[in-house]
Design a protein around this ligand. Structure first.
Ligand SMILES: [Zn+2]
Length: 280
């Protein structure tokens, strides 16, 4: 099997989005301890573990509680229901999320997410996706919590719903992050104007990515965060292998190249931005 490259340069990094509870890791014989020690060795000292269903939100919260501080890595998490799972959202799910969020400070829960719209896969009916997105946005407003936005092929409706909340004064000053942002530069400008951070991942390093570098160049410095979305979206030079938080420096490296600066600078800004985004 191909051996992965590991980053050995300098910089302290914040992987703002990694599903380290994913069963792909245990299936590959990789333990959470392996993930954290390799992350730490690459300079990744903060990781946010996002939920995407009730089940994975519970896993994210538990993992955060059990493993925070291991190998010198600070862990944080989020709870929420992804548009793929929107069809299974019930009043009980709503109650579960609210109950977790009541103790968010103790449990290191920093956001509601992933939430949003995905018209690429359409795994839940679109009207249901919209309703569940609205319910969780309402929750984010009521409980004063940032969101992690997942949006794919649904930019128009997504912006409409966010504008609707903003118009009623129900979008926070720091509304959250547009995770793995694949919006057009025009739409991204608009979402930045609403106060969102923009999340960059592995696809930025892919040779065929035309939109990503434009976004990476145009996004204001104080809005950029980096993420792996592990175990998916592995950046070059490890594309094709399973993604891990320890690969997030390769996203930073690409950003540095595009923005004509050095990786230490990108590490510093994105660490700072990630901490401001999640209010930690
Ligand atoms: Zn994700």
């Amino acid at each position: 099997m191909r051996e992965p490259h590991y980053y050995t340069g300098s910089g302290v990094f914040f992987d703002t989005h990694a599903h380290i509870y994913d069963r792909k890791f245990s299936e590959a014989g990789v333990s959470a301890s392996d993930l954290l020690s390799r992350a730490s060795a690459a300079g990744v000292k903060r990781i946010l573990i996002p939920g995407d269903s009730e089940e994975t939100s519970r896993k994210a919260v538990a993992m955060c509680e059990d493993l925070n501080g291991q190998s010198g890595v600070e862990l944080f998490c989020s709870v929420g229901v992804h548009p793929h799972e929107a069809k299974d959202y019930t009043d009980a799910t709503d109650e579960y999320l609210r109950a977790e969020l009541e103790h968010r400070k103790d449990k290191r829960i920093c956001a509601i997410g992933e939430i949003g719209l995905d018209y690429y896969y359409d795994l839940s009916p679109r009207d249901v996706q919209q309703e569940v997105f609205r319910r969780q946005l309402q929750m984010a407003y009521e409980l004063d919590t940032p969101i992690i936005l997942h949006e794919r092929d649904a930019t128009g409706d997504c912006l409409d719903i966010l504008r609707e909340f903003a118009g009623r004064g129900q979008l926070r000053g720091n509304p959250g992050v547009c995770h793995c942002c694949s919006m057009s530069p025009e739409a991204a400008r608009e979402i930045v104007k609403l106060g969102f951070y923009i999340g960059f991942d592995g696809p930025l390093t892919f040779k065929n990515n035309k939109k990503g570098p434009v976004l990476a160049q145009e996004t204001p410095e104080d809005r950029i965060v980096i993420e792996t979305d592990s175990p998916y979206l592995t950046p070059e030079p490890n594309r094709g292998l399973q993604n891990e938080p320890c690969f997030v420096p390769y996203v930073a490296q690409k950003l540095a190249e595009i923005r004509n600066t050095d990786i230490e600078r990108i590490a510093e800004i994105t660490y700072h931005n990630g901490s401001k985004l999640y209010e930690i």
